[in-house]
Unconditional design. Structure first.
Length: 113
């Protein structure tokens, strides 16, 4: 099933289908949601994956300028990571290992350390 999903994702991308990041996992499986970043990395470039989770999602939701950007007046929550996701997408697949700080609604949240 996984191989078929990856193949379908690759074909859809080549055909120009706009895909966004998202998962329907709930309850006990919710802890696996970030794993989608690692799976997508098998068929997509890191920049395309980050775009799918931010600006592409905002555009498809008709929320450009409000979501998916760090522009003034936008609703941007930021994750400060130890490494950049464009160099290593695993930092988003395993945020608990790489997360340094969270900025939510313009406020720095207390560190979990």
């Amino acid at each position: 099933m996984l191989e078929g999903s990856l193949s379908a994702m690759e074909r859809a991308g080549r055909a120009g289908v706009q895909m966004v990041f998202g998962s329907d996992l709930l309850d006990d499986m919710e802890r696996h949601q970030s794993h989608e970043f690692r799976l997508r990395a098998q068929v997509q470039k890191p920049a395309d994956i980050v775009r799918a989770a931010t600006s592409t999602a905002a555009r498809l939701l008709r929320q450009e300028g409000r979501l998916g950007t760090t522009a003034q007046g936008a609703h941007a929550d930021l994750l400060v990571l130890g490494n950049g996701p464009l160099a290593d997408i695993v930092v988003l697949a395993e945020p608990e290992k790489h997360l340094r700080q969270i900025v939510q609604a313009g406020r720095v949240l207390p560190s979990a350390d």
